[in-house]
Design a binder for this molecule. Sequence first.
Ligand SMILES: [Fe+2]
Ligand SMILES: [Fe+2]
Length: 372
Amino acid sequence: MNDQVRNWYFTVVYLVSPVQFHASRFLFHPNIFIFLLLDFDLPGGENSVPMKPITPINKFKDGESIQGFFLCAEKHPRFTRAGDLYLDLVLRDRTGQISAKIWDKVESLSDKFSAGDPVAVAGDVESFQDRLQLIVKRINRATVQSYGRYGYDPALIVPAAEQDPKYMWKEIKTLIRKIRNPHLRSLVALIYRRNKKQLLTHPASVKMHHNYRSGFLEHVLSMARIGLEIAPLYQVNQDLLLAGVFLHDIGKLREITPGYEFSYTDEGNFIGHIVISRDMVVEGIRELKTFPAELGIKLEHMILAHQGQYEWQSPRKPACKEALLLHLIDNLDAKMNLMDRALKEDQEEGNWTDRRNYFRIPLFKGNAEDRT
Ligand SMILES: [Fe+2]
Ligand SMILES: [Fe+2]
């Protein structure tokens, strides 16, 4: 049994405050997968703890009681019509997102966590206006120190790219080596090497395509693969195209905050990733000293034109084949990702999604085997 599977089967004991928890009372044998819960003191006088699996959001079912680790993406105090305080939450894990409510013990539970925190939660799933929501009964802030032993891992709570970021990084390094022009290759390698730590976890957007952990790497890797396939069909400069793929969104490292929850930085709101990407490229070119001026201007154009249309905040329109192809590949990869996510996140039964997606139309889910 691998670690991930084992993690799903950890017990409800994470809901006990770490201060009240005595490790010596909890015996866990990782190989034979046995838990012994001895003389356990839960708040409220409970003294026995049922063993229950941890449920990811995409496995929630109406009427079930669940427990699990989530990211508290939003937390809003609100009042009912009768004037009672309640908390309106949005919880996420890597499998999805759900709206949640705290109706009881609002003040004491509210003190235990803030928006942006990873949380350990127990609650009941119910259906409200045809969508599932969670009624939270118990909640506590989760850290690796306090809950790691019960299966908490940050990679479980935030949506993340399916592929391992370390694997994607290796692939990207191989593809950077395919850039034959030494100036372009050195520039891309310099900027990627310097920003490796952040690149491994950064998203490609806040709310649109690839807006999850390691989404940036996934987007760029996918675009590079597409570029290598189709560049020979249109007689374009493959090196320029690849450099454009790797660097066109690099400004997102400064446009979007790192961490669990993504939002725009001040620089992102004031300047935006297109111009920041160009700035980062110009800084790199200056550092390399011998970078040919004309090549630098073409690469800057690729970046400034990658969004394609003035109404999509592009300061330039693509004025060469490489820039046009970069824009089209970027658009292709973004739209396919948005459709994939809409299909995965939909909760409707049957072959069609609802209209609450980027495309604003029902999308055909069909049979998985039709797509292979
Ligand atoms: Fe972009
Ligand atoms: Fe992009």
